[in-house]
Design a protein around this ligand. Structure first.
Ligand code: AHM
Ligand code: MG
Length: 283
């Protein structure tokens, strides 16, 4: 899997330099989930495809911007599902965005994910990767190479909260849960980009990121293959938990490539609070 990490490092540098060129225009096209693409979404997807196609251990790839997988090497061992530019609607306001990668064996079920990584395009270029050794490692770009910074580990309980979804569409019990966490002293940390929002929780040692079922989106917004399973693997390997409210996210399968699911990522304490609330309020 090392060659996939190396390809992701090249992708990070290439997409970062495209973002820094300042292009924020919208494209005239929509992705499979119905979101209007920005030109950078399309360009980032092409860059990722180009670099992953050079890796012989990859059998096929699929992305948030593609409706079907693309074959790479029929004899390859890994399937890669990726979101080339997550949070791209934040590009025009110069907030951090990211790329997310899930490495699977066999098919794209949660239980088959064997590695994951994400890149953060922020004031600095950073990469978090978890490969065969099961560790979660933070790397930082110094202008010439990525350097290992530290192993990422979550504590039992954090102090910050990233509650996603339209509040007016939250179920009342979900609102009560979030209100009660704020009452306990949690502070709001939410940018609208899943990558920087979960990155912050991981590096600050804990907290909760939630993108729940809402009355208008009963299956949530975030996509299983490209966003949810990769972060579930990383958060769990860092010692945290990832749940759909009642079950570990990595127990979920998929019926179509762009399936979504409600999702909660965080340290043990916050996820136990989520699961108590959701088991008592079945949807
Ligand atoms: P995208 O892949 O189209 O960028 O959507 C994913 C992003 C996540 O980064 C973020 O958590 C979520 O969408 C926020 O969505 P919204 O602002 O619609 O609630
Ligand atoms: Mg996305």
């Amino acid at each position: 899997m090392k060659e996939i990490l190396e390809a992701i490092q090249k992708i990070g540098v290439r997409i970062d330099s495209q973002i820094k060129r300042g292009e924020t225009d919208k494209a005239q096209s929509f992705n499979t989930s119905g979101d209007q693409q920005v030109k950078l979404d399309i360009l980032s997807d092409q860059i990722v495809e180009e670099e992953l196609k050079k890796v012989s251990s990859i059998k096929e790839i699929i992305s948030e911007e593609k409706s079907q997988p693309v074959e790479v090497n029929g004899k390859g061992e890994f399937l890669v599902a990726y979101d080339p530019l997550d949070g791209s609607s934040l590009v025009d306001v110069n907030l951090s965005v990211g790329s997310i990668f899930g490495i699977y064996r066999g098919d794209y079920k949660g239980e088959n994910i064997v590695g994951a990584g994400y890149i953060v395009y922020g004031p600095r270029l950073e990469l978090v990767w978890s490969g065969e050794d099961g560790k979660v490692i933070l790397y930082r770009w110094d202008g010439e190479k990525f350097n290992r910074v530290e192993e990422v580990k979550l504590k039992e309980k954090g102090k910050i909260l990233g509650p996603g979804g339209t509040q007016a569409k939250w179920y009342p019990f979900h609102k009560e849960l979030i209100d009660s966490l704020f009452q306990e002293g949690y502070r709001l940390r939410y940018s609208g980009g899943m990558v920087p929002d979960i990155h912050q929780i991981l590096l600050k040692g804990g907290g909760l990121f939630a993108y729940p079922a809402t009355t208008d989106k009963p299956k949530g917004k975030l996509r299983r293959l490209f966003e949810v399973f990769p972060f579930a693997l990383i958060v769990e390997r860092a010692g945290g938990k990832a749940s759909n409210g009642t079950r570990p996210l990595l127990e979920l399968g998929y019926s179509s490539y762009h399936d979504t699911t409600p999702c909660f990522f965080g340290s043990s304490y916050e996820i136990s609070r989520v699961e108590e609330t959701y088991s008592a309020n079945p949807l």
